[in-house]
Ligand binder design. Structure first.
Ligand code: PLP
Length: 346
């Protein structure tokens, strides 16, 4: 057998922290059960792994965005546990849903019609209560064809759950109105931050995403959520710099004294963006290793002064604790996670 070359870049997933975060969010959801948004490859952490861990923790409702994402994980879940947020856009989507038991989230009268005319079956229904993204407006709920649906989960989605916006209450009241009009089995409104708005926002099912994976979207969750994903990379080479030597493209770092540096196999093609140039840190044995110069496509250079024992082939971790990394980089916690590229071994 051909030996497999190893990846110099890996994303470690702390399965225990992921499970603990779900249990925390499930507890904070009160009488509602917490589901899980696992779209976009579970926010970049690896959907199959995350789905298994979350199901093992007790999660029984999963949401992806694309139909292809449903196909990726559905063998890990029981029938009826998976919904596709984008809904059925084509006859093939409808046929896949009906054959697989993956529920479509119907978002428009067009989608409702497409579903009913193909024979229907259990579905989810998204009501737009003010985000103006996907979902039927309240006025459309009285359309006769909507009355033909078998609605398992009646959903809406908050635009500013993490902020003190009057729109939150407006949306909650409209969602309550929808619940009164549309027969359904379960009702769901809250994302991660929405859970912290209190019991009136919980309904029967909550849909956290970000906080499962270590994101802290609002102050109320600070201290309750554990870091889950850690980008790590191997040192490809160790170099010795003399005073006056510069590092990387466009010479944005100049050594002022002799120093030891490491060239790490992580770059912007992996989602470690150029905003970390001369800003980011890696960590090994408790010491911080500052990024020197520009991040390039496949490599980043770090200062090894505080870790004289590190050598070629050793692994170091990028500082990537999400709330702090978002403050430092100007990227959102969502972006920081979903950027992490395909070259990571997950
Ligand atoms: C992505 C998404 C979620 C999860 O939101 P977070 O802010 O990541 O917790 C919940 N519901 C819908 C409809 C979504 O698109």
């Amino acid at each position: 057998m051909m030996p497999e070359p190893s990846a110099p870049t890996r994303l470690t997933l702390d399965a225990e922290a992921l499970a603990a975060n779900w249990r925390t969010l499930d507890r904070l959801s009160g009488t509602a059960a917490a589901g899980a948004a696992i779209k976009a490859d579970a926010y970049g952490t690896g959907a199959r792994r995350a789905a298994s861990v979350l199901r093992e923790a007790g999660c029984r409702a999963f949401f992806v965005a694309h139909w292809s994402e449903a196909e990726e994980v559905r063998d890990l879940l029981a029938p009826g546990e998976l919904s596709v947020l984008h809904g059925p856009l084509t006859a093939d989507d409808v046929a896949f849903a009906r054959a697989s038991g993956v529920r479509p989230v119907l978002n428009s009268l067009e989608q409702v019609t497409r579903w009913v005319e193909a024979g229907g079956g259990p579905c989810d229904l998204m009501v737009d209560t003010g985000i103006n993204r996907l979902g039927l407006p309240l006025e459309a709920l009285s359309a006769p064809i909507v009355g033909q649906l078998t609605v398992e989960v009646l959903l809406s989605h908050l635009a500013s759950a993490e902020a003190e916006s009057p729109l939150n209450e407006v949306q909650r009241k409209r969602w309550d109105q929808a619940r009164a009009v549309i027969p359904h089995n379960r009702a769901s409104l809250a994302n991660s931050a929405g859970i912290m708005r209190g019991p009136a926002y919980h309904g029967d099912l909550t849909r956290p995403g970000l906080a499962l994976y270590g994101g802290v979207p609002c102050e109320a969750l600070a201290g309750l959520i554990r870091q889950v994903a850690r980008p790590e990379a191997a040192i490809l080479q160790v170099r010795s710099l003399s005073a006056g030597d510069t590092v990387g493209y466009n010479e944005t770092f100049t050594a002022t004294a002799p120093m030891r540096v490491g060239v790490v196999a992580l770059g912007y093609a992996d989602g470690y963006l150029r905003c970390w140039s001369n800003q980011g840190h890696f960590r090994a044995n408790g010491s911080a290793l500052p990024v020197l110069g520009r991040v390039s496509m496949d490599m980043t250079v770090v200062d090894l002064t505080d870790c004289p024992d590190l050598a070629e082939g050793d692994w170091i971790a990028a500082d990537y604790e999400l709330p702090e990394a978002a403050r430092r980089s100007g990227l959102s916690q969502y972006e920081l996670l979903t950027l992490l590229g395909r070259r990571f071994a997950r």
